[in-house]
Design a protein around this ligand. Structure first.
Ligand code: DGJ
Length: 706
């Protein structure tokens, strides 16, 4: 059974290889019991804690509650904090009832459990929802907080879920941090008593910290060891806390950030929290990533395009910056088509008075000095060249020097009597306002109706500051960050319905707004403005821990020293996800164009393996001088390996490459290796590889011999 209720007080959620269980503990409190490898006997499920000693201890503080609230002697982090209508701030959530059913997700029926908790006195109810994705070994949790009375309840904290890893072990936490042009750095630290918090307060996911975690005992590897992991489906302010309690429990909370947040919970108008996706594997960090990748490819990425290969794109940004015009874009498009590009994207600079970053955002009409007859001549040309046309927009922003701002200064976030902080000379529109939401939808909708645009790159380049929202009563003003993101999702949903064939790319100065929330509405992501091909190996590796290669856009550009990076190296670094070109092709020599064409042809041949196969991290760039990533089809018959050597330092330029994801009993031919070798050998001793020189790369083809 995927979901079952035992003895009317214990709920067990099984995926293929995992079990998650909770039940009623003392005082009918809903208590977490188990999360880990699948159990064959329900008698293995641990009993809830029932006794303790010392007057300073209390069950509300000691028990592993599934959804702890601020109440009694609970001193730890809680999911729910509320101010009730009579001023009480004590919320008791007692078990009430449960139901088991199905929810249809992409034609698949997924089992769903809902457990209802109720305050015994006040009109406050919480529904805890659990969806089980059996074959992905994942469960999704979110909560619905309902005011069943007639008076307002103020929520000061409303997390999605609390969950726990088996107690009594040491735990190492893996997180991802970074900054602009330095996204996706992996960090690992042992948890010690106290609390570790990761979060964003910027109004978006952020470059700085990522809503994902992995926990292990400190010794798990890429292909072995227990790993518990989770990620939020949310693109706004978020928070995760990892609390190592005095009793050696690890309590994890995830959801909406309580920073600058209060929710005025109106009667019969529930707050539905973002989901958190949770998984466990005993096969290391690599399997944890692949479970998330499969899930995203099948059930997260928008359905219309999730099973389609991503096109090789050209993007004009690093070639022409704001200086786009019909001539230079036509010339770039001709070159791009000649080397095999499938989608030509014109980036920033095509609209309003957008000659620098100081003006024009908000004025989404074509700049006729740059495009005297509008965009059609360029689009027609791009289409004649056999490519789709794509366009850059940043609809949630405005420059003060724009017609839009002059017409609607009240549309931007602001507090009375305060300057509004500018960054990149721009301000944030308040998307929580219905009129702004309408404007943004219609602006993009009109562009898509008017022109033959097949792709939108949707950018966001300033974190929210001074988030004032004077239009609503004070008790609702601090809801603004949540309404903002809900409205953003609504806009995307509507656009996807009215323009089903358009592909969307999420971008926020590179990787500032990437998460499983936005990836439910956008097909791919621009993950960093850092396009140095060596730096990218690190950024892409970090990204790959969470997100699937198909969603990861990587450009070959002119960044970095040409004496260091050959075109081959640049291409191999960018071929590990969805390939793009951002170099100034107008400056490419015939020879360079020829090399680029050859690599693009090669990428087209191996693209299904990269975008739809399984990814295995063989050697991490963080671990040494050599890095390698393997992609195999699911049948394990065909694959490729990208290898990168940083510098030819003896003896590290001769190394063992240990493969993964092969059939042990099959034999394989590896290009550049004369001997045929068994999967078993390749996955144990591996093969000896030599690379010479600095910043060298190689692409190996792996083929099973019939
Ligand atoms: C930031 C993006 O990350 C870049 O790729 C580019 O689109 C610029 N914005 C344009 O302003």
């Amino acid at each position: 059974m995927t979901i079952e209720c035992l003895d009317e007080c214990k709920w067990v959620l099984n995926t293929q290889k995992t079990t998650y269980a909770f039940g009623l503990g003392v005082d009918e409190m809903l208590t977490h019991l188990y999360w880990g490898p699948r159990l064959s006997f329900s008698s293995d499920i641990p009993e809830p804690l029932r006794t303790f000693h010392a007057s300073f201890n209390n069950m509300r503080d000691m028990a592993n509650l599934e959804y702890p609230s601020q109440s009694g002697m609970a001193y730890h982090e809680v999911c729910l904090k509320a101010r009730l209508h009579d001023g009480s701030r004590d919320v008791i959530l007692n078990y009430d009832s449960y139901s088991i059913g199905d929810v249809e997700i992409r034609e698949e029926k997924c089992p769903k459990l809902t457990v209802i908790l109720k305050d015994p006195h006040y009109s406050l109810t919480v529904h805890l929802h659990y969806i089980v994705y059996e074959k992905y070994d994942l469960i999704e949790r979110y909560s619905e907080i309902i005011n069943t009375g007639s008076e307002l309840i103020q929520l000061d904290q409303a997390f999605s879920a609390a969950f726990y890893v088996p107690e009594g072990f040491p735990y190492r936490l893996t997180t991802i941090s970074g900054g602009w042009a330095a996204e996706y750095t992996l960090n690992q630290e042992m948890l010690v008593p106290g609390k570790k918090v990761i979060e964003s307060r910027r109004g978006a996911t952020s470059h700085n910290s990522h809503p994902w975690f992995a926990l292990d005992h400190g010794n798990s590897q890429e292909c072995s060891g227990d790993v518990w992991f989770g990620a939020l489906r949310w693109s706004g302010n978020w928070k995760m806390s990892f609390e190592h309690t005095p009793r050696n429990q690890i309590r994890i909370l995830a959801g909406l950030n309580n920073y600058d947040f209060t929710w005025g919970l109106l009667p019969k108008n529930p707050l539905i929290t973002p989901s958190v996706i949770l998984g466990f594997t005993s096969q290391g960090f690599g399997q944890a990533s692949r479970n998330l990748h499969h899930f995203q490819e099948d059930l997260i990425l928008p359905k219309k395009h999730n099973k389609k290969l991503r096109k090789i794109l050209y993007n004009s940004w690093e070639a022409t910056y704001f200086d786009v015009n019909l001539e230079n874009q036509t010339s770039l498009a001709e070159k791009a088509a000649s080397i095999g590009v499938e989608l030509f994207v014109m980036d920033d600079g095509w609209f309003g008075q957008r000659n620098t970053d100081m003006a024009g955002l908000g004025d989404w009409y074509v700049n006729t000095q740059k495009f005297p007859e509008g965009l059609d001549p360029l689009i027609n040309k791009v289409n004649e060249l056999g490519m789709d046309f794509g366009l850059w927009v940043e609809p949630e922003m405005v420059n003060p020097d724009s017609d839009l701002y002059r017409a609607h200064p009240e549309w931007v976030f602001q507090f009375p009597n305060r300057e509004i902080t500018r960054a990149r000379h721009q301000l944030n529109l308040n998307l929580a306002k219905p009129e702004v939401k309408d404007f943004v939808f219609h602006m993009v909708d009109d562009l898509l109706n008017k022109y033959n645009i097949k792709f939108i790159k949707w950018d966001w380049n300033k974190s929210i500051s001074e988030p004032g929202w004077p239009d609503v009563p004070k008790e609702h003003q601090q809801e603004v960050m949540v309404h903002y993101i809900k409205n953003l999702y609504d806009i995307f949903s509507k656009l996807r319905v009215s323009h089903p064939n358009v592909v969307f790319e999420t971008c926020s100065g590179g990787g500032g707004r990437i998460d499983m929330g936005i990836l439910s509405f956008t097909d791919q992501a621009w993950i960093s403005d850092n396009t140095n091909p060596y730096d990218r190996l690190f950024i892409q590796e970090g990204y790959s821990h969470i997100y699937c290669p198909k969603s990861m856009v990587c450009w070959v550009t002119d960044a970095g020293d040409d004496n260091l990076f050959s075109l081959k190296y640049r291409f191999y670094s960018s071929m590990m996800g969805t390939l793009g070109i951002g170099a100034n092709l107008n400056n490419y020599t015939e020879k360079q164009l020829k090399i680029a064409k050859k690599h693009i042809k090669r990428y087209k041949e191996i693209r299904p393996l990269i975008q739809e196969g399984e990814m295995y991290r063989l050697l991490s760039p963080r671990a040494g001088n050599v890095s390698a990533v393997q992609y195999m089809n699911v049948e394990k018959t065909e694959g490729v390996v990208f290898i990168f050597l940083q510098s030819s330092k003896f003896p590290e330029n001769r190394f063992r490459l240990i493969f993964q994801g092969l059939n042990p009993e099959s034999q394989y031919k590896i290009s550049k290796i004369s001997q045929k070798l068994s999967g078993r050998l390749l996955m144990s001793l591996g093969a000896l590889i030599t690379l010479d020189g600095h910043f060298k790369s190689e692409l190996l083809k792996v083929t099973q011999i019939e």
